[in-house]
Design a protein around this ligand. Sequence first.
Ligand SMILES: Cc1ncc(C[n+]2csc(CCOP(=O)(O)OP(=O)(O)O)c2C)c(N)n1
Ligand SMILES: [Mg+2]
Length: 593
Amino acid sequence: MTMKTSDFFVKRLKEWGVTRIFGYPGDGINGVLGAIQRANKAGDGIEFIQVRHEEMAAFMAVGHAKFTGEPGVCLSTGGPGATHLLTGLYDAKMDHAPVLAISGQAETTARGASYQQEMNLDRIFADVANFVQEAASPAQVRHLVDRGVRIAIAQNGVGVVILPKDIQDEEWQPPAHTHGFTHSAVGYQRPRVIPHDCDLQRAAEVLNAGKKVAILIGAGARNAAVEVVQAANVLGAGVAKALLGKDVLPDDAPFVTGSIGLLGTEPSWKLMQKCDTLLMIGSGFPWTEFLPPEGQARAVQIDIDPAMLGLRYPCEVALHGDATETLQALLPLLTHKEDRSWQEEIARQVQAWWQVMEQRAMAPARPVNPQRVVWEMSPLLPENAIVTSDSGSCANWFARDYRVKQGQRASLSGGLACMGAAVPYAIAAKFAAPEKPVVALVGDGAMQMNNMAELITVQKYWQQWQDPRLIICVFNNQDLNQVTWEQRVMEGNPRFEASQQVPDVRYAEFARSLGLQGIFVDTPEALSTAWQQALQADRPVLLEVKTDPEVAPLPPHITLKQAKAFMASMVKGDRGAVQVLSDTASQLFHKKS
Ligand SMILES: Cc1ncc(C[n+]2csc(CCOP(=O)(O)OP(=O)(O)O)c2C)c(N)n1
Ligand SMILES: [Mg+2]
């Protein structure tokens, strides 16, 4: 029986286990959409989720990959649809999430003719993709799917298949058994990647010699939580978490110091400043100023990606291996540290830090303290909740005030730190786990940029979700606040009204206009009830909170240089800064320089 190349393409995606595609149509990709439609009619299809913008489709594919471990798939027409995908694909690349992008293209007969919507898409995608190829003949399509998906999975990166319109509609031709054709296959099994015994031995020697061991984990330690806890116990270590590894370990373990970095905690900062030994597991955490100064600590690193080894700290032993298997092989070689004083000191700091967090969250603000929004959410969240955060000051509160529990999942755009990912990630989470409640934390700027439009996608699909609870919590501070603070603290400039102020929008009302529930909060006392209401709702909820832009997302430590720059911005006539001075001065000046 003959079939179109697009029908074969969809069939092959099915064979790879693809069940859902996030995308947006256009004439450049209509052949493939027709094939999805035919497959669905035959009862053997792929679910197509229509988004508002292709960038959001790519973010959803990333969210799917992060929350399921399966490759996420997004689709666009050629030209503008393809360029819209690009930012989301960079999110996949930078957070090592496997994503396949399918893009349309002008007809092969029009290529090179400056035709409408015709671009050299393979060049556009070349930097972001681990594999990119435009089809020029139906016989190619089999290996393009196979390579695109396999490389995306195996390299935790981006595969892009570009299909010109005419190829999609041509009769499918299997590759001939003759010169000039290739015969590819479906399927990929992850290998065991374990370092040699001699290298494990060297690593154990370094770790056993240390008296003050710090462990840093990232998303690469996701399946190794049990082994990380065992290692921390044996070594008497503290464990700090890079942001993408926030949900790898719950925050209730006494030696878990929480997030690290500018958005991190003081115990994580101290852990790194005082340790004599560092064990990094599955993390590409970029800000090396938050790691021990070079020479202070002897270091061991474990990473499945050799490109990440020896990159952030000069480790003595760099182990190329899977986190779980490598730790399992390493654990029997470690000796139990008798002296527990280092870990006990860390536990004391962690305990004290949670009190600081509570005090900061409960401090009065005008009108609502944004830290309190997340602080009040945290204990109310069910143990199967998934939390996403956008980029902006809410990422600070997500990092510090959200006390993640065992079983919860959480993520955000980490490496790219791109605005606009929270709602599409949350939508992808709802499709991947419709039985779980999902919360997205979003700033008003990010809401206006593109998250707001995706509320329409929520409205379109929410009734399909077994558990309809999806809470989009908007921090309405009428400011691009994270950057306002960067302008103040990093540059020493006062807030620049023209670039920072964002219009006041009625987010809760907008949600209501779509048939979703809208809750508006402008007093701190109402927060707890609002969260409870949202968590009991029978439909998605937009929880809009009027938050105070003058609550500083202070880094865990602040350098004297930054403090001086901050002070300079005050005297240059920054109105908000005068208000904030009294609140933050004490936090600033008992920090190290
Ligand atoms: C696409 C993109 N553009 C710009 C930035 C720089 N940026 C980071 S946070 C931020 C402010 C976000 O404002 P909002 O969403 O209102 O959150 P707030 O910080 O006010 O809580 C900006 C502009 C970015 N990360 N991504
Ligand atoms: Mg804002």
